[in-house]
Design a binder for this molecule. Structure first.
Ligand SMILES: [Zn+2]
Length: 173
């Protein structure tokens, strides 16, 4: 088994919607970044790559390359998933925390879990997701930024090439 940890922070700017966890949430602010700035998916990517010792999101998708400008982080997550699988690992589970003062994440949690599970090709029951405010303190509490953390557990793929084609959860979005 291998464990990995990921962390990311992005600044908030005026105007919605808020792209988070692979979905667009109605909100009066959005995250700023070179790609679509999905802070949660970036933390998941780093946890997966970290567990497999494959570097980090910045190495795999350099912000100096125009192709990564405005890039869909869901697509980036799938590339990370494939890179991890290619060297013989399968994802057992992930657990995530989003630190955001607003909006409340609870109403969107299930949709985000399902979206992430679909992107990773794992059971939604294997995607933990929690939201925390910062009690109004600091950059997150003042709604200047949102942070996310993720831990991921990997296990050796039992087999072979058959594994992916028979995985009932592996659905391309
Ligand atoms: Zn990021």
């Amino acid at each position: 088994m291998r464990v990995g940890i990921g962390h990311d922070t992005h600044r908030l700017g005026a105007g919605g919607p808020l792209r988070l966890g692979g979905i667009d949430i109605p909100h009066d602010k959005h995250l700023l970044g070179h790609s679509d700035a999905d802070v949660l998916l970036h933390a998941v990517i780093d946890a997966l790559l970290g567990a497999a010792a494959l570097g980090d999101v910045g190495q795999m998708f350099p912000d100096t390359e125009p192709v990564n400008c405005g890039r869909d982080s869901g697509e980036m997550l799938q590339a990370a998933r494939d890179a991890v699988a290619a060297i013989g690992w399968r994802i057992v589970n992930i657990d995530c925390i989003v630190h955001a003062q607003r909006p409340r994440l609870l109403p969107h949690r299930q949709t985000m879990r399902l979206r992430i599970a679909t992107l990773l090709g794992i059971d939604p029951e294997c995607v933990g997701l929690k939201g925390k405010t910062a009690e109004g303190i600091g950059a997150i509490g003042q709604e200047e930024a949102v942070s996310a953390q993720c831990v991921a557990l990997l296990a050796p793929r039992e087999d072979d090439a058959d594994n992916q084609s028979t995985n009932p959860y592996l659905v391309e979005p």
